[in-house]
Design a protein around this ligand. Sequence first.
Ligand code: ZN
Length: 131
Amino acid sequence: MQISVKTNARTQMIDITSQVQKVVKDSGIKNGLVHVYSMHTTAAITINENADPAVEKDILNTINKVIPWDDHFKHVEGNSAAHIKVSLFGPSEIIPLENSALVLGTWQGIYFCEFDGPRNRRVNIKILSDE
Ligand code: ZN
């Protein structure tokens, strides 16, 4: 199963928790593991706080400071900063599924992380049932 994510900035974190929950609900699977996977080399998946929007801003401000867009990179496409960020964040997360609910802490949300937008993106969601 895949979901679409439309981004509208070069770097951006988009909370996709409710979209993932919908895919899980529609699957009818109640227990197992949910694999959420970005099918891109310049966009990642992470889990972090979705209560205070300032956390997203702080993460993006910091990662953009640590890995500036232009740092004399060799890659001809000119988007090495995005590739490096994805390798640091990772392309996927695995979330436990119990009694039809994603096992997330009170403050945790699943984020799609755009590092070379704006673009239309795809996220693959695979549910492994242990029933
Ligand atoms: Zn590239």
